[in-house]
Design a protein around this ligand. Structure first.
Ligand code: UDP
Length: 374
């Protein structure tokens, strides 16, 4: 998303000639999707659902694709039941009506509305600190049944230990909205992400070289970039891991990785939902069933993927998916950043290069802004 959007803007609107170097054999980064051997469109690097409130970003991307638009819903498997996530007032009733009775559950609902206001989004860590013990009790239920085990699997740490920004992505909703995201625009490119990026990169001033590590091409001489051994008088946007660029000289930046295990079933559906989170059991965090994400109907079978998190070590074949945001890691990142900042006309962009937890729309916006500035 970072590279393709920046490339297109620079080529089309700034008249630049752009060379895109991609280490993998394909474009699209982690948004890459392709049909599997059963003809089912899968997301190779995990489920990607686009969502944004930014008109500018949505309309820019819409130049390169139509959309399969849907309100993405997630459920969690808890005690053999599927309950809506984020935890919202519908979830409250599903869980509490049977325990305390409908009337008391209504009272709890009113209490939450009075405390936070209808429609508000409350981070779980905030809800846990509320002074009313009944609200804290709800918070404890949500913490234990939605956050604790899932977060331990995903990050190897408790919700207290990780950045509040991370659990804050999935707040408790004081509403009856079962959708995972609340933004106006949500869905996936109708034909897939890869065709959208193909179209974006299809421009007379853009050249794409896949299977090419930028290290084969780029070097630094003090504060200058060398391309093919000669001083380069253009801008370079780097979207890879920043520690790798500098030979990990200060040590590796920590990341969480995922092992994606795909399974195909010769049956119309596996779980009847696009995403089921396993928030209290199993070693995997979630199961995605692709045909519900992509709206694909021309197939009898179904393909799912299970996500098994682990600590990235930098070994061959591992992929650094998530930056682990904490003070120590940010300080280490800062050391690498200082090296990059010393290089003229060298720009860092993306989850890896900026060591950030970007959503796709924020990434597109950032790429648009950088291109504009250049
Ligand atoms: N999370 C959780 N239980 C859930 C969903 C999310 O504990 O059912 C926490 C978990 O720590 C996760 C974070 O919230 O890493 C952010 O979730 P999100 O779905 O945004 O993660 P992503 O889709 O980016 O992997």
């Amino acid at each position: 998303m970072a590279g393709a959007v920046a490339a297109r803007k620079l080529a089309e609107e700034k008249g630049k000639r752009v060379l895109v170097l991609e280490r993998r054999e394909h474009i699209g980064g982690n948004c890459y999707d392709r049909p599997d051997e059963h003809g089912i469109l899968i997301h190779t690097y995990g489920p990607h659902i686009f969502h944004t409130q930014m008109e500018e970003v949505f309309s820019y991307l819409s130049r390169f694709t139509d959309w399969y638009r849907f309100g993405h819903e997630v459920v969690a498997k808890v005690d053999g039941r599927l309950i809506p996530v984020p935890f919202n007032l519908n979830t409250l009733h599903m869980v509490y009506d049977g325990i305390v009775g409908r009337e008391k559950a209504d009272e709890l609902e009113q209490k939450l509305i009075a405390a936070y206001g209808g429609g508000s989004r409350v981070p779980i860590m905030e809800l846990r600190a509320h002074r009313d013990p009944e609200i804290r009790q709800i918070a404890d239920y949500v913490y234990e049944n939605i956050f604790l085990v899932y977060t331990m699997k995903q990050w190897g740490q408790t919700p207290e230990e990780i950045s509040p920004e991370v659990t804050g992505r999935v707040p408790v909703l004081i509403s009856h909205d079962n959708r995972y995201f609340q933004e106006k625009y949500q869905g996936v490119p109708l034909e897939g992400f890869t065709p959208m990026f193909e179209k974006m990169l299809d421009h007379e001033r853009i050249t794409v070289r896949t299977g090419t590590d930028c290290g084969e091409f780029l070097a630094f001489d003090k504060d200058r970039v060398l391309a093919d051994g000669r001083e380069f008088d253009g801008d370079v946007i780097y979207t890879g891991a920043l520690d790798e660029l500098f030979g990990c000289r200060y040590g590796r930046l920590p990341y969480r990785s995922l092992d994606f295990r795909f399974e195909h079933y010769a049956q119309p559906s596996y779980q009847d939902h696009s995403v089921v989170n396993y928030t209290v059991s199993e070693d995997f965090t979630r199961i995605t069933e692709f045909k519900f994400l992509t709206g694909q109907r021309d197939t009898d079978g179904t393909t799912i993927v299970k996500e098994y998190p682990f600590a990235y070590t930098g070994a061959e074949g591992e992929i650094p998916y998530y930056a682990i945001l904490n003070e120590e890691n940010m300080a280490l990142y800062g050391k690498y950043r200082a090296l990059a900042d010393g290089i003229k006309r060298f720009h860092l962009l993306g989850r890896l290069a900026e060591y950030k937890y970007y959503n796709m729309d924020a990434m597109a916006k950032k790429a648009m802004e950088l291109a504009e500035r250049l």
